[in-house]
Design a protein around this ligand. Sequence first.
Ligand code: BGP
Length: 492
Amino acid sequence: MAFSKDFLWGGAVAGNQYEGGFQEGGRGLSTLDVLTGGGYRKPRMVTYRTKEGIYGESPVDSSMTGKIPQGAVGCIRPDTFYPSHMATDFYHHYKEDIALFAEMGFNCFRMSVSWSRICPNGMYEINEEGLKFYDQVFDELLQYGIEPVVTINHFEMPLYLADHLDGWSSREVIDYFVFYARTVLERYKDKVKYWMTFNEINVLSGWCQLGIHKNDPQTLYQAHHHIFVASAKVVELGHEINPDFKIGMMAAVIPSYPMTCRPEDVMEAVRFNRAREFYMDVQVKGYYPSYKLKEFEREHVRIHMEPGDLEIIQKGTVDFIGFSYYMSTVSTTDPDAEQTEGNQFMAFKNPYLKTSDWGWTVDPLGLRIVLSQIYDRYHVPLFIVENGLGANDEIETDGSVIDDYRIAYLRDHIMAMKQAVELDGVEVMGYTPWGCIDIVSAGTGEMKKRYGFIYVERYDDGTGDFSRRKKRSFDWYRKVIASNGEDLSDCN
Ligand code: BGP
């Protein structure tokens, strides 16, 4: 058998995309609450109000950057639809959803805790009702033997911190974040063992994700430095609270191949891949790598550090690397190379590979390649905490959803993961496909872009009764888990 007996099989979601209940139970507002829906090549919008009281909106690019003018505050407009407000209403459906996950045989479930549900304005006030909600969710999971895998921060920040402190550009936010993290680590120390600090740390940018109003390299990297310090403090603190905690980092892994064997293309791929490796070097090895320090020098980026920051980073290295993997790209110096959509950025088209309906390059072998490369470089356990196919699922006249394309995508990726374990000796802890139940897309704000094994009747015009139905992939994945990844055959 390729996978160990305690291999973690489950699924993954994020608060702002599935939880809903945005104004229930004392929750405060978060930056993502003022993000409208969008669509394929139709940007989501941030809605805001200027100092003069004028409403405005500005587009969020594919990297979810989003900008609002200095002095303006994020605001909800009464005439506008915000998909995350109800999302897929896990807030009221969690018992039903968890029962379905248990039926599939999940032994883990990756979810995030909402900062503004615990600390409504992001500061030192605790909302007991918010804590109780997650108590109930974790208890429900544990009753079925499902381990929660918790992301402490998935792409959002309390609106108050963005509006009043310019988000992560302020050093003070480190203390607020550590306070919030301490609150959840202590509260759930006997219920949750697996944690990740920041989702896809390597792509965080702009107002929606970081609360910053400028997105130039100086502001961005200073904000990231604060996040590194905050994350390292939380890792150390977590290990003090419960030495059995496994606390990981989380990165978006989108490997890039050189388009040709021209050394310039190869160097371009090195540059592209380093943009991600930087975050792993800091959080796993515990230092700022030389190639990044040189880049800072060239770009005139000066990170302001307090005495002790580097020691904090060194001490707070993570126990494992969690990562998302959906696609690969290619690197080229050819300005006319054909582009295609990508996860949070425009990618280049690989002539050897197909793309999904949303333009993302499908590359299962790329998963084996990155698993080997990352493991060789860092020698820590790896956890694939996101992988999946966003597709336009249709309900047939008999009520079924036949998502064979999703089965094929996941089968090929699980096969590649298995080869990495069996043939390359990579230590993989677990696999949690993304959006195991349909949720709102982060990039496009759509419901139409579905990833789940479970279909949720919720649509982009705000209609739908939130009822759940199993797709064909539901039974397939149940069989995969039951056989610990040995039986990947279709259920025909
Ligand atoms: C990752 C994010 C997720 C998720 C996923 C799929 O980058 O961590 O939050 O949404 O991508 O992206 P999308 O929802 O845009 O299809």
